[in-house]
Design a protein around this ligand. Structure first.
Ligand code: NDP
Ligand code: OXD
Length: 309
């Protein structure tokens, strides 16, 4: 028996240490070290090299080290019957909410633009905007979307949501499905995307969708880069349909140096840090699922392969 951590960055050893501490009885191996492949029952992965999971013939399950599992489901080498689990964690949810609230407030108070003015030595007061002047629309009311909504509402910010087919039973306006998408967009002065990346959502943030937003809207994409059609965003910004975009996620990460987002005056970027799994907080649920898997008990936070999230 054993668990292998597959992630190609310098956090791999930190995860190993924390998982070992949480379960001293389970042999834990990190990518890059010598691993007894036949003994591995679970892989805990974050952007693993595609195809690398086929090296473990007795694998019984795959645990994502984050919330979004798109990179696992896109790895066609993984047998259909293997369960895939994801992270659901209170810090992941509250960190995301704090990030989105910060971007909403920076937009309302024009902080990004004042920073640019400062860099170019320009004194240029702009009209004042208040919390009561805007409505935030959240695409996706899952674990993270709901957490964002809760903090925005607590801060007095009017919020609406959009889901696929579930009735999220929330006490703010919620729209469901493609038929009600435009009604949702028309109210969203600030659009926050927290959808999973699936075949249905890839490219959903295109020119057609962006042009449904109220004039001068802000886009905040904290979900996945391929949800956005990059050229369509640049067109919408250049035509003045949108006044800005805060992007945390990109088609290719790190974003290539030649990408036009780097120098666009109305694109504000962060390097996929809106919310990051905290090993200390998350390790117990991975160990719990490892034990459930090996004891044949029901798993927690298993994703639906059919829905893609
Ligand atoms: P959940 O699976 O809990 O929620 C997904 C939500 O999206 C649900 O409300 C679902 O609707 C909705 N949805 C899915 N497909 C569609 C569709 N086709 N049309 C309309 N609504 C749809 O996900 P989380 O909230 O946990 O996470 C969301 C995403 O955030 C992750 O997949 C990940 O990509 C990203 N993320 C980004 C981070 C960052 O640092 N930038 C950190 C963590 C996550 P329904 O309820 O009807 O099923
Ligand atoms: C996640 C992420 O999906 O960090 O957890 O993007």
């Amino acid at each position: 028996m054993g668990l292998v951590i597959l992630r190609n960055d310098d956090l791999v050893n930190r995860w190993k240490k924390v998982l070992q501490h949480a379960a001293p009885d389970i042999p834990i191996y990190a990518m890059g070290e010598e691993v007894p492949h036949e003994a591995i029952l679970m892989a805990a992965v974050w952007k693993h090299p595609p195809g690398s999971l086929s090296a473990f013939p007795n694998l019984k399950g795959i645990h994502c080290l984050g919330a979004g599992v798109d990179f696992i489901l896109e790895d066609k080498g993984i047998p259909e019957e293997l369960p895939v689990m994801r992270v659901v964690d209170p810090f992941l949810a509250s960190d995301m909410a704090e990030y989105v609230l910060s971007q909403v407030m920076a937009f309302l108070k024009d902080l990004h633009r004042y920073k640019q003015d400062q860099v170019s030595g320009r004194w240029h007061p702009r009209p004042y905007r208040r919390i009561g002047d805007v409505t935030v629309g959240i695409m996706g009311l899952g674990t993270l979307g709901r957490s964002v909504a809760e903090l925005l509402l607590k801060s007095g910010i009017s919020t609406v949501g959009w889901t696929r087919d579930s009735d999220p039973d929330v006490d703010f306006p919620n729209f469901r499905g493609d038929a009600h998408r435009n009604a949702f967009l028309e109210q969203s002065d600030i659009l926050v995307c927290l959808l999973p990346l699936t075949p249905d959502t890839r490219g959903i943030l295109d020119y057609n969708l962006l042009s449904r937003l109220p004039g001068g809207a802000l886009l905040i994409n904290v979900a996945r880069g391929p949800l956005l059609v990059d050229e369509d965003l640049i067109r919408a910004l250049d035509e003045g349909l949108l006044s800005g975009a805060c992007l945390d996620v990109f088609h290719k990460e790190p974003l290539p140096a030649s990408h036009p987002f780097w120098n666009h005056p109305h694109v504000h970027m962060t390097p996929h840090v809106a919310s990051v799994s905290d090993p200390d907080s998350v390790a117990p649920q991975i160990i719990d699922n490892y034990r459930r898997l090996t004891e044949g008990r029901p798993l927690k936070n298993e994703v639906s392969r059919e829905r893609g999230y």
